[in-house]
Design a binder for this molecule. Structure first.
Ligand code: NDP
Ligand code: GDR
Length: 373
């Protein structure tokens, strides 16, 4: 029998990698996408299958985590063996602007899925994965953070995810459902949304290097994060649902760097050496050397990074560092891609996009045929 998976958030970073991974494993993959006024399926377009093809392995359904009847109908129709709840308003800073919506999607959305499984009598058939987060640890009570570390959420996003975490545990205990939380630390990739800090840095510096922009404005560059690669982390999401009994796992690399480190590596990958001067709001990243052609648009002495307090959060999570010992021991999981290699991969992709835009600009947005070369 072909296994069926249903992924919420399939159009997001993790959803797209997980869909690829499950398709390779022979799953029939169903995903929920939101109706939007412009196309929002770019991350999964390469695995899209024409609706007229027979025996399709990849099927998208319109839906929304705020819509109970829609979710229930999709689950009833698909009868999934596994549900991966990756859909969320996932931006921490945005959650301060839209706290109620974030609670509805990230908190109640999880309850809606669990209730649908129960109402449809699928408790014993459908396994459930909840995308929990290191943001639950927030104002950290212990370092490194592990499965038993107390939570202290620091944003409406984290508070909503806290509800989702506990309701998942509760449905496991109350109804014997196979439901688990992956407490994932930050993970990134070239498919990361453009307003999360890593992608904002790689994209921003690539555009600056190509002369398409002047300066990258960031918030708290002292923030420390434990960054991994999304490809490594979706493997774990699947592994968690393949065990004899459902449990919650911390997924992290166990290594921590600052946002400033990530800026330095990204600049280096473009042939730019930066020195940081000043403190707090006055901190600047100044070019001290340029190597190669990628940053030919710049000169030594240019200030290309500045701090803008608009990116500070009302309550910040200053430091996160995970202890993935349980996942390593019980699931045999070891991350394969280092954060430095991931940074290089992201810069390479963003530089390629920036170069295309630079050419389009140079040719007045009507590039000659030679651009195909
Ligand atoms: P993304 O922001 O890239 O993707 C979020 C997905 O959720 C998108 O497909 C988005 O759709 C969808 N979505 C948003 N709102 C709704 C809604 N109301 N109904 C249905 N779908 C919705 O997130 P990631 O892929 O990075 O993360 C996946 C999950 O893992 C999220 O739940 C996130 O909170 C969590 N997480 C992420 C970590 C990370 O470092 N990446 C770490 C720990 C947890 P659309 O494309 O239309 O916007
Ligand atoms: P985070 O990721 O909040 O950890 O949530 P993000 O990349 O947004 O921020 C990481 C750290 O960088 C600091 N920072 C900035 N952040 C953004 N977005 N933009 C800036 O200009 C900037 N400057 C500094 C932040 O203050 C923060 O300390 C991500 C999301 O994917 C969540 O969904 C997920 O749950 C957690 O990771 C684990």
């Amino acid at each position: 029998m072909v296994k069926k998976a249903l992924i919420t958030g399939i159009t997001g970073q993790d959803g797209s990698y997980l869909a690829e991974f499950l398709l390779e494993k022979g799953y029939e993959v169903h995903g929920i996408k939101r109706r939007a006024s412009s196309l929002n399926t770019q991350r999964v377009d390469h695995i899209y299958q024409d609706p007229h093809v027979e025996n399709k392995q990849f099927i998208l359904h319109y839906g929304d985590l705020t819509d109970t009847s829609n979710l229930t109908r999709i689950i009833q129709q698909v009868q999934p063996d596994e549900i991966y709840n990756l859909g969320a308003q996932s931006h921490v800073a945005v959650s301060f602007e839209s706290p109620e919506y974030t609670a509805d999607v990230d908190g109640l959305g999880t309850l809606r899925l669990l209730e649908a499984i129960r109402l449809l009598g699928l408790e014993k058939k459908t396994r459930f994965y909840q995308a929990s987060t290191s943001e639950l640890f927030g104002l950290v009570q212990e370092t490194p953070q592990k499965e038993t570390t107390p939570f202290y959420p620091r944003s409406p996003y984290a508070a909503a995810k806290l509800y989702a975490y506990w309701i998942t545990v509760n449905y496991r205990e109350a109804y014997g459902m196979y439901a688990c939380n992956g407490i994932l630390f930050n993970h990134e990739s070239p498919r990361r949304g453009e307003t999360f800090v890593t992608r904002k840095i790689t994209r921003g510096l690539a555009y600056i290097a190509q002369g398409l922009d002047k300066c990258l404005y960031l918030g708290n560059m002292n923030a420390l994060r434990d960054w991994g690669h999304a490809k490594d982390y979706v493997r774990m999401q699947w592994l968690m649902l393949q065990q004899d009994k459902p449990e919650d796992y911390v997924i992290a690399t166990g290594i921590q760097y600052s946002v400033r480190d990530f800026v330095s590596w990204s600049a280096q990958a473009l042939g730019i050496t930066l020195k940081f001067e000043g403190e707090g709001i006055g901190e600047q990243g100044i070019v001290t050397a340029i190597d190669g052609e990628n940053a030919a648009a710049l000169s030594v002495g240019d200030v290309i990074v500045r701090v803008d307090p608009r990116y500070f959060r009302p309550t910040e999570v200053e430091t996160l560092l995970g202890d993935p010992a349980k996942a390593k021991q019980k699931l045999g999981w070891i991350p394969e891609i280092t954060v430095q290699d991931m940074c290089h991969e992201m810069v390479k992709e963003d530089l390629s996009i920036a170069k295309q835009h630079a050419l389009l600009k140079q040719y007045g947005y009507k590039p000659p045929m030679s651009l195909e070369d």
